[in-house]
Design a protein around this ligand. Structure first.
Ligand SMILES: *[C@@H]1O[C@H](CO)[C@@H](O)[C@H](O)[C@H]1NC(C)=O
Ligand SMILES: *[C@@H]1O[C@H](CO)[C@@H](O)[C@H](O)[C@H]1NC(C)=O
Length: 302
């Protein structure tokens, strides 16, 4: 996990940024009808709300210009997917942190005790530097054991699936919420964690910052393949940085993290939808990654 993971992390993050940036270079027809049923806000439920929210996501995307240099639109680190370990892991990652704009923690991480101790150290170091953190998969297992690690850190986004969501709720909520009311359940979990942003992945993705609740039911793929969550957390790493960097004028008073979450969920689903149309039951996450450029253009380039 140490240096090798650090290096792999930055390379992988850079690849996501490169894909998204490449997508920005393309242009195409606006998307309308497909999107009309895709988003809903917690209370008012109109196309205008949905369009406004999506417009805010478009607002945060930095323009591509010939004047920019590599890394200027974001360097995203990923901690995960490596069996190595070393006592100096935290120190190694700390040397990377000053250069990173967001950190994704969890994909393929594993649950080895020494490794998780290191991840704790990395989380503390990232918080101290105010680096946004996206936590998925085994990273969420760690948070369920030690919720205080992330409690109240407003630059954190957790992306649990059904099982991970239940484990987190059991860990931090005393009285259980009605499981069928996903919106309320997500809002309650966010509040119990001190209003960190929670994105519950499912048939519809439901996300909340403890106050507002957004939902993304954009048509995706009915095929579940391993690795889709990695696409979502990677895209979130990029979009969270863009949203925070864009500033309140661009986000119009909305939570930057919620906008990023809506953008990342929509993008992942659009990738799934396009890949499924081509590959059907044999769709893999690699096929979805190949769709990042066209899906990004279709959703956000108008
Ligand atoms: C920005 O916020 C104002 C005030 O809440 C609202 O009237 C306007 O529709 C918002 N604009 C967008 C693009 O969401
Ligand atoms: C979380 O957000 C809710 C709703 O805005 C608010 O009532 C509550 O005080 C917030 N909690 C913290 C710890 O900030």
């Amino acid at each position: 996990m140490a240096t090798r993971a650090g290096a792999a992390a930055v390379v992988a993050g850079a690849a996501v940024v490169a894909l998204l940036s490449a997508a920005l270079a393309l242009y195409g027809p606006p998307l309308d009808a497909v999107l009309r049923r895709a988003f809903s806000l917690h209370k008012p439920h109109s196309i205008t709300d949905m369009e406004n929210t999506l417009q805010l996501v478009r607002n945060i995307i930095p323009p591509l210009t010939t004047k920019k240099h590599k890394g200027q639109d974001g360097r995203i680190g990923i901690v995960g997917g490596c069996q190595d370990d070393s006592p100096s892991a935290v120190r190694d990652v700390e040397t990377w942190l000053p250069r990173l704009h967001a950190l994704v923690v969890g994909p393929g991480l594993g649950r080895d005790n020494v490794l998780l101790e290191n991840v704790k150290g990395i989380l503390e170091a990232s918080k101290a530097r105010d680096v946004p953190i996206i936590i998925d998969a085994d990273g969420l297992w760690l948070i369920a054991q030690h919720p205080a690690l992330i409690h109240g850190y407003r630059k954190a986004v957790l992306t649990p699936n059904h099982g991970e969501f239940t484990r987190l709720s059991d860990a931090v909520l005393r009285d259980l919420v009605d499981g069928s009311d996903h919106r309320e359940a997500v809002r309650r979990l966010s509040q119990a964690l001190g209003n960190v942003t929670v994105v519950r992945k499912g048939e519809r993705d439901v996300m909340s910052d403890g106050e507002h609740v957004l939902e993304c039911a954009h048509e995706g793929s009915s095929r579940r393949c391993g690795g889709q969550g990695d696409l979502l957390s990677g895209a979130l790493g990029v979009l969270v940085h863009w949203a925070l960097h864009a500033g309140p004028e661009k986000t119009n008073g909305s939570s930057p993290l919620l906008l990023a979450a809506l953008g990342a969920c929509s993008l992942t689903r659009q990738c799934g939808h396009q890949a499924f149309q081509k590959h059907g039951r044999s769709t893999t996450t690699t096929d979805m990654i190949a769709e990042v450029g066209p899906a990004f253009r279709r959703l956000f380039e108008t």
